[in-house]
Design a protein around this ligand. Structure first.
Ligand SMILES: Cc1cc2nc3c(=O)[nH]c(=O)nc-3n(C[C@H](O)[C@H](O)[C@H](O)COP(=O)(O)O)c2cc1C
Length: 396
């Protein structure tokens, strides 16, 4: 499975793993792949602690950090979402004022329907466990993303900076390069991949619509070769619907230099995903991973739940633009998470998380290392099988 990316990063296999969980990141890196920590839900201080922990647990091996600096969000053109030059804080209150009362009332009506009680005083402002934070602004603005980059570049183990929802700003790419850090960016469209290459991105992640999280409309089978051809010789990681060695072999047959994976790490033993959500993921089928604006305002593939269904209903006022949608729902998510702890609670029907169509293959808990070893075994079997068909053709 060796490609040029193995030499570039000093890794054994070109399997890149996105996870919000530091234990998964470290486990993948230790098993010979490259773990990448999603920074979105962490404050800069918390991210510092997470990266310090990873440094202490990977014995000098490389890992990455993923930030979200979107090309577009509400108020970006008016200069909102920047960090204060002295405190580094991003003002969430201006965004909070932009959330319509109608949306707040409608969210409350859904919570009532599912018998979700108000927040107890003692947990007001506490994170829901899906990364809510007290305001729900997360790292979804330019300023939040920049704060994450500042922290990431202080850690010499960080060898890859990845950005979702567009290329990172040019000065960030230059800064990463000055630190000897490679830059990757996710995309679901050929034109965006070309723009990322022009901006100086070193590795393009071609992510098909099958993927969990924010995703476009084109399937991996079509997208990967189109992007490989459009940006050559820039290396491409194939993403979206890859959870096995056979799928990795397919992506690499399409021209990818490795694979970028997300969903498959949600059900590994190291993942800090709740037992309720893991159970839901184990029994879900591919069609249960639906594209919905209910998480962030931009289309993202999520596990179908009462929550995603509610946002499709006729009485729904419609999702808000990023970052307002997550902010509008952040407290609701905390309340749902707390209410769902009770066995038999109706609120359990609302609990879900982003996941891709490969969820149908995620049927049992395994360690991250075993997932990597299974990828490698199946990749070898697949390429052997293809080689045998070539040998058979030669023999006739
Ligand atoms: C739970 C979850 C959260 C995600 N959050 C982010 C994120 O914050 N930043 C990002 O670049 N990609 C995010 N993604 C997308 C992944 O980086 C990756 O592109 C995707 O999972 C690949 O497709 P797969 O899910 O079929 O493996 C997320 C994916 C999942 C499943």
């Amino acid at each position: 499975m060796r490609t040029e990316l193995c030499d570039l990063f000093g890794i054994d296999v070109p399997i890149f793993a996105f996870s919000h969980c530091r234990d998964v990141v470290a486990a993948v890196t230790n098993a010979g792949g490259l773990g990448v920590l999603g920074a979105l839900a962490f404050s800069p201080e918390q991210l510092e602690l997470e990266l310090k922990w990873i440094d202490d647990n990977v014995d000098g091996k490389p890992y990455g950090v993923d930030t979200v600096m979107p090309m577009s969000y509400a108020g970006k053109d008016e200069g909102l979402g920047k960090s204060d030059s002295e405190t580094g804080e991003v003002d969430a209150s201006v965004f909070q004022k932009m959330i319509p009362e109608e949306t707040k009332k409608w969210i409350e009506s859904v919570l009532e329907e599912y018998e979700v009680p108000p927040l107890p005083d003692e947990v007001s402002g506490v994170d829901s466990g899906v990364g809510g934070g007290s305001t729900g602004l997360l790292g979804w603005t330019d300023g939040g993303g920049r704060n994450h980059v500042d922290v990431a570049l202080r850690h010499p183990g960080v060898k890859l900076l990845v950005n979702a929802l567009g290329p990172p700003p040019k000065d960030i790419i230059d800064l990463a390069h000055e630190h000897g850090v490679k830059v990757a960016a996710l995309t679901g469209a050929v034109e965006h991949a070309q723009r990322q290459k022009q901006a100086g991105v070193d590795i393009i992640v071609a992510q098909g619509t099958e993927a969990g999280g924010h995703t476009g409309e084109i399937g991996s089978m079509v997208l990967i070769p189109d992007i490989v051809d459009a940006v050559a010789p820039t290396p491409v990681l194939g993403a979206g619907g890859i959870a096995s060695g056979r799928q990795a072999a397919a992506a690499m047959a399409l021209g990818a230099s490795g694979v970028w994976t997300g969903s498959v790490w949600l059900t590994v033993s190291e993942a800090d995903v709740s037992p309720l959500v893991k159970e839901k993921l184990f029994s879900a089928r591919p069609r249960d991973a639906v594209r919905s604006r209910s998480l962030s305002g931009k289309p993202a593939r999520l596990l179908r739940t009462g929550w995603t269904e509610a946002w499709e209903r006729e009485d729904c006022p419609g999702a808000l633009p990023m970052p307002l949608q997550y902010m509008a729902c952040s407290e609701a998510q905390t309340r749902i998470g707390l209410a769902a702890r009770k066995k038999g609670a109706k609120a359990r029907e609302l609990v879900g998380m982003p996941v891709g169509q490969v969820v149908g293959r995620m049927t049992q808990e395994m360690s991250s290392a075993d997932v990597i070893y299974q990828f490698i075994d199946e990749f070898v079997e697949t390429t052997d099988r293809l080689q045998r068909s070539l040998d058979a053709a030669d023999a006739t």
